[in-house]
Design a protein around this ligand. Sequence first.
Ligand code: NOJ
Length: 747
Amino acid sequence: MKRNLTAAALSVAALLAVAKPGTDPQMDKFIDDLMGRMTLKERIGQLNLGGVGSPKVVGSAKGLDVAIKEGLVSSIGGFDPKAAEDAQRFAEDNMRVFIPMITGLDVVHGYYTTFPIPLGSSSSWNLPLLEESARVAAREASAFGINWTFAPMVDISRDPRWGRVAEGAGEDPYLGSLVAQAMVRGYQGDDLQDPQSIMACTKHLVLYGASEAGRDYNTVSMDDVTAYNYYLPTYKAAFDAGAGSGMTSFNVVNGIPSTGNRKVMTDLIRDQWGFDGFIVSDANAIAEMIEHGVGDPQTVAEMALKAGTDMDMSASLYVACLEKSVAEGRVSEKEINTACRRVLEAKYKLGLFKDPWLYYTNKDKRQETILSPENLDVARRLARESIVLLKNSDKTLPLKPAKKIAVVGPLGQERGELLGTWSYGMSADTMSTIVEALQREVGPGTEVIFSQGSNWTEAPAIYKQGGKHPSDSLLMQAVADVADADVIIATVGEPAIWSGEAHNLTNPTLAEAQMNLLKAMKATGKPVVVVLMSGRPLIIPEIDEEFNTILQAWHGGTMAPEALADILTGKEAPSAKLTSTWPRNVGQIPLYYNALRTGRPYSGFWATTKYIDSTNDPLYPFGYGLSYNDYKYENLRADKLEAKGDNDKIRVTVDVTNLGTMPGKEIVQLYINDPVAKISRPMIELKDFAKVELAPGETKQVSFDVTADKLKYYDSELNYGWDEGDFIIFVGPDSKRIEKLNVKWTK
Ligand code: NOJ
C-alpha cells in the first residue's frame, strides 16, 4: 500500500515494531548475542556519532575519553584521522563491551585527489568515469581508516542561488539517479568488507534542494506529485544501488523537521522503499528541531528516534535524553534496540567485528595510494570532461599557435580555490596553477604571463574580497601587461567559499570588479577566452552578449589546471553538457527544463505566461554544451511506431556524424513527452542518453530502447504507472535542439 507524505497513517503497532532481523542469520545471531550483553545505556551509546568538527565535544559535554569509556560513542566523524584512530584505540582498551567504531567524513568529491565539484563532474554524463572517481576516493580515504562517507549528496535543485547546488548533480531526476548510483557503486565496490571500500550515505533526506529562495536550511513546501516525480527518485536510486546509510536534511518537510518526520524516515524510506540500513541525523539536526519550534530537548530526541533517525550526529541528545525517556515510558526499549541493531548491522557489514582495524590494513600504503599517477589521471580525465564550452562563435578555441598568452583574473594563480567546496586542500601544495599547466602544455616557444586584473569583488557585503591592491589598479596593470599578448585567457568566477553549505547568493553573477576586467580586456581588441570557474550556474547574459568564447570550468579539483590546458590547447575537445538550466536573470528562478505546460503556452499576443521584461527562455538550456567539432544528427527513426503492453519496446535510432577534425565525444539525449495523461506532465523529460566517441568524419548509429518503464510517472494518487495513448520521443544534442517521433503505446 502506498502512503503519501501528507497522509497521517501511523499505527501504534508500527511504532512499536521490533527490529526486523536481517536476512543473514549469522549476523542476526551475532548481534542478538552482542546486544544481550549491552546495557541500555550502551545500546543508546551506539546511536551517538561524536566528533564531527572537533573530536573533543561529544557525549553530553563530557570529554571524549569519558564518553568512550561509558560506551557513549558509537562512531567518529571528523577531519582528523589520527584522532579517530586514537579514539578507537582508546575504545578498545577502555570500553566495557568493545564495539568498533565507524569513521565517517565528507568525502564528497575525492579525498587527497580532488575531483571537480559534483555539479561539475555531473556535466561529464560519464557514469563509468564518475564511478571510478568514487573508487579512487574510497581507496584514498580508507587508507586513513575512514570507512564511511557522507556522500553522495543527491538533492535535486533548481536554484543557483543555493550554495549547495555545487554538491549535487543538477536538476534532473533521471540523470541524477544514475549519477547517484554510480557514486554508490564506486564508494562501496562489490564488497563492503573490502578494506578499500567505504560505506555510502544518501543525503539529504529529503527535498533539501528545494529550500525556499535558495536560502540554506530554509523551509521546503512541496506537493506529493512534484516530490515523487522529480525530487525523490534520486534518493531511492541511491538506496536501490545499496547505499548502506542515509542522512536526514535540515529542512522541514510539510511543516515537520525531516529529522523528526516519521512519514519520511520510516513510512517512505523504509516501508515503501525497503531501505534496511541506518539513518544518521545531519549535524546537530536533532537539537535544531528545538529551534524549529517542535519541542524541548527531551521531546525532539524522542521524536527523532521514533521517526526512524537511528544515529544522532553531534547533538548528543540521544545520550543525554533517551534513558530518561525509557524510564518514563515514552520510548520503549524495542525502539532503542531497533535503531541500535541497524547501527550494529552496518558495523557487521563493514567487517568491523571480524577486524576492528580492517580499515587500517592499508595504512602503510598511504603514501603510494594518495595522489598516485593513476588517481591523478582519473581526476584529469574527469575534470576535462566536466568543462562545458558555452560559446565559441569565432572559433578562438582551440588556441592557435601564439607567441604570448596572457592569463588574467583572480583564478589564474590559485591552487586551493580550484578545489571547491568540501575539499580539504590536501593536494593544494602539489597542484599546478593554470599559468603553470598552460605553460607546460604550450611549450617553451610560447610565453604565458599572468596579471591578476581584479580582486574577487569589491562589494563590501561579500567576504573574501581580495588582496592588498584595489581592483582598479590591478585592472590598469593588466591592461599594460596584456599589451603584446596574442590572446587573453580570463579566469574569473567564484572562490571556493562562495558556494557550498550556508553560502547562498541573491544574485549569482560575475562580481562587478571581475566584469570590469573582462570589459577592459575586450577593449584591447584582442581575442578573449572567458573561463568561468564557480560552484554554481552563473547568471551571465552580458558576458554571453559581449564575448564570443566562454568555457564553464567549475571548481575542477586537483587537476583542474591541466584539464583546462588540455581543453584550451585542443589536446581534447570539450564534451560536457550542463546538468542544470542557466537562467538569464534572478527573476526567472526557479527555471528548469522539465516544467509542466500551462493552459496558455508562451506564444503569440496572449502570451500571458511570459514576463513583460524578459523572455522565458534560459540563457543556456539543460543538456547544452558545444565542442570544437560540430555534430550532425539525422535520420531519426524507430523500428516501429506502435507498441503494446509492459514488456514491449521501441528501438529509436539516430545517425550522429562528427563533422569536425578532432576525435570527440558527444552526449546524445533522448527525451519523452506524454501529451495526455492523468495529470499534467512535463513538456519533455530526459529518459536516456549515450556518450559516444566519434572520430573525425565518423558516423555512428546511436540506438535507444524505449520501454514502457520510461513512460511511468506518479499520478495524483501516487500510483506509479503509464497510460496508453500517444507519446512523443525526442532526440538531440540538448533539451532545445531536438527532433521528434510520434509513437503510440497501447495496454
Ligand atoms: C552538515 C552537512 O549538511 C552535511 O552534508 C554534512 O555531511 C555534515 N554537516 C557533516 O559534515
